[in-house]
Design a protein around this ligand. Structure first.
Ligand SMILES: [Fe+2]
Ligand SMILES: [Fe+2]
Length: 376
């Protein structure tokens, strides 16, 4: 073991030493620049959210962005696993004749949308955003969020398995159902832009494209597109139907509320450190994108609810999606566009309940933290 440690330390020293001279002669991607920083001890004030050339991204302390650390701690405090939620009642309901075809359609469409949307968000985080956010406490949160997206993907596998649904049908809706495919294409073009091998945030254009990605995923995907699904799925829970899925959606909603709040803090933080990026033209373009997203979401709601179901119809979603979009715009300092009122005031109560719910009191399994460390 000791020999291995020495070998590892020696190869790491070799990498750092040799890469330092290599990087002195070659342009380097920003995410690798930590190897070029000098060994001086920095102050928190030197940290930057993007394009940070002064501070080693491996040093979490001293903290500068306390909001990022708080979101990380809140995320950890909300830990849950989908398999801890019993599905027996849902299986009975799904196999019975208690649900109409219209209700089954709403449930299936939302399982189809979320099952792959969670993965799109996780991949965008890990492959696109992560390396351009040049701050240790934000990266700490992004790692936590990436795990939560994996837990959410796990939820849909567990639901499909429990109810005996056609996995091919659910996991291919993002190709095969146009109202879902259009929303996902609207997001994946943002991931592709940042994944371009020539992409960087050194130019204003590049930094604006990163902001556009953050707005597209945090505000639009997780902040608007997800909320229609939350209302639809939680409306069953309110009627005491599909309560296992309902409980899982409450936990997902609780996690997504933190994702959204982190995203807003990150966007506003980048704005305040780089005010020149926030031009009139850029603001108009972002408002326009939110308005396009609202139309895509209304098409999706109409597709889920062609004839409405108890307590939900297409026109209520016009108001709701517009109301939610206005709230999101205001959070990043953009003018609201619609002035609609919330037709689902119970959603706010559900969000408060989800926040207050003490998951640990109802936990049915114990984590094997002590046992798993025993190697004897
Ligand atoms: Fe998620
Ligand atoms: Fe999320």
């Amino acid at each position: 073991m000791t020999i291995l440690k020495v070998a590892y330390a020696s190869s790491l020293r070799h990498f750092l030493f040799s890469s330092r001279s290599y990087f002195n002669d070659h342009p380097t991607p920003l995410f690798l620049r930590f190897t070029m920083t000098t060994s001086h001890r920095f102050t928190a004030a030197e940290k930057r959210l993007i394009n940070c050339n002064q501070v080693d991204v491996n040093q979490l302390m001293p903290l500068k962005y306390h909001w990022a650390w708080e979101h990380y701690q809140n995320g950890c405090a909300n830990h849950w696993m989908p398999t801890e939620v019993p599905m027996t009642k849902d299986i009975e309901t799904w196999r019975s004749n208690q649900l109409s075809d219209a209700e089954r359609r709403v449930i299936m469409r939302n399982l189809g949308f979320f099952s792959t949307a969670e993965s799109l968000v996780g991949n965008n985080l890990v492959l696109a955003i992560f390396k351009h956010v040049t701050n240790a406490e934000c990266r700490q949160y992004l790692l936590r969020q990436a795990f939560e997206e994996a837990v959410h993907s796990h939820t849909f596998l567990y639901v499909v398995d429990s109810l005996g649904l056609d996995e091919g049908e659910v996991f291919n809706m993002y190709h095969e159902v146009p109202s879902i495919a259009r929303k996902d294409a609207f997001e994946t073009e943002l991931t592709a832009e940042v994944l371009d091998p020539n992409f960087n945030t050194d130019t204003d254009e590049g930094a604006q494209a990163l902001l556009k990605n953050l707005i597209g995923y945090y505000l639009i995907m997780e902040g608007v597109f997800f909320y229609t699904g939350f209302v639809m799925m939680l409306s069953f829970h309110r009627r005491n139907l599909m309560t296992g899925i309902g409980e899982q959606f409450q936990y997902i909603l609780r996690d997504e509320t933190i994702h959204l709040n982190f995203g807003i803090d990150l966007i506003n933080g980048i704005k305040s450190e780089n005010p020149h990026l926030w031009t009139e033209e850029f603001q108009d373009a972002m408002i326009e994108r939110v308005k396009q997203a609202v139309e895509l979401e209304l098409d999706y709601a109409a597709d889920c609810l062609p004839n409405g179901i108890l307590g939900l119809n297409e026109s209520m979603f016009r108001d709701y999606v517009q109301y939610v979009a206005d709230r999101r715009l205001e959070r990043i300092g953009l003018a609201k566009q619609y002035g609609s009122t919330n037709p689902f005031p119970w959603m706010s109560e559900t969000m408060d309940l989800a926040k207050e719910k003490n998951f640990f009191e109802t936990r049915v399994t114990e984590y094997q933290s002590a046992g798993s460390l025993s190697w004897d």
